[in-house]
Design a protein around this ligand. Sequence first.
Ligand SMILES: [Cu+2]
Length: 270
Amino acid sequence: MGGASAAWADQPVERGIDFQPAATPAMAHIHSFHAFVLPIITVISVFVLALLLWVVIRYNRKANPTPRMFTHNMLVEVIWTIVPVLILVAIAWRSFPLLYEQERAPPAALTIKVVGNSWFWQYEYQDLGVTVASNRLPEEEARAQSRPNLLAVDNPIYVPVGENVSVLITSNDVIHSWTVPAFGVKQDAIPGRVNQGWFNVDRPGIYYGQCSELCGINHAYMPIEVRAVSREEFDRWVVSQGGTLADAAPAAAQPAPAPSAPAAGASPTR
Ligand SMILES: [Cu+2]
């Protein structure tokens, strides 16, 4: 894909302070949760600032030379306990379902194992026999191809649009974090442990992310590039990577793997 590809990329923009456009339902819900919480925290911050200023001005030593010495006020104490509790309950009401949505991996058409390494990402499409190592594209090459420096990689991964993709995230060495802002996915990659995330990209495009857990000297140089494409293009990519196409239908009405006896036989990895 040449330089034109930047046109359909979701990536940070110059002077941007807001989120990247949402490319998945989960991220769209994160947007609306943000819109819900931002006014609340703004009002609280302004209110606390006003209280501080009021105390500083009205009750400083000059304005109020002989302070009163009382310590309790039942009504005020009840109010400042109950009101924050109500605010927190309201926030939790919106936030817990969102957390659940992000953590709950629905039946997936595709599962990718994501392994953090110092300092690159490795991706295994185990069902398809494809393994990809994504290294940062050197700056000269990125510039030559009009691709974003520090975000573009040499071997991007591909995913099909409109299908549930599950990601199993782990690490080979230190703790990294696999993060793609437009997908609303940010999961730590922890050695000896598998974290799960998922996404369902609603439109074709190139999506960029970065390692988001300070992991060492090259932390800033292990970007993530995901290309969401049509199922046909995805299949072509799989074949071009030497993989074999699963003949399973997309979107997985796939029942849980038949209960062949010892599912518990797998040793609990820890
Ligand atoms: Cu890292």
